[in-house]
Write a new protein. Sequence first.
Length: 210
Amino acid sequence: MPVRVSRATSVIVHQVPHAAAERFLALEEELTRVAEQFPGYQATEVYPPGEPGGTEWVVVLHFENAATMQGWLDAPVRAAWVAKVGAEVGTFRQETLATGFGAWFTGPKGGPPGWKMVLTVLLGLYPTVIILTLTLGTVTGPLGLAVSMLIGNAVSVLILQFLVMPVLTHVFGPWLRADRPTERAMSAAGVGVILSLLAGLTLLFRQFTG
């Protein structure tokens, strides 16, 4: 089974009347077969409404990079299909995430604000790099800075991708998704928690690094 890391993601939210749900799925299946022929295409995910009686369907497209994603978004054949889906099903809105953090944070409702992504990645990256420096670094150090950094970066990315970030995005999920004006207190509290954790980790690591 091939494993790919998506570097560009497009999140499309459709308002689909109940009577048009089956037709919408049929059209999306046909559109996916067209997208599969384009360079860089990786996957399509379709999420039904999260609430009983809901009409909001979410389609998430994954491409290898921003260039191949844009090639699909600008394709005349896609424009024709978009017009057809809109005419037969209903309105939609779209958001494209082309940053490296998108694959970690994108969900059915799109990604959180960029500053929340940065804080969350920092919380995962800082202890990962310190621990690898204190452990793996003692083994790779004699190989020279260039080789040691390459190995350390490769291992840290793997740890972040498959261990650290899935845990952090789950634990901080409600905070990451808190973007309404009524949730500002939660957003502020989350910032305080992350900064406190970073401060605590810094004090802890100073016991070993000076």
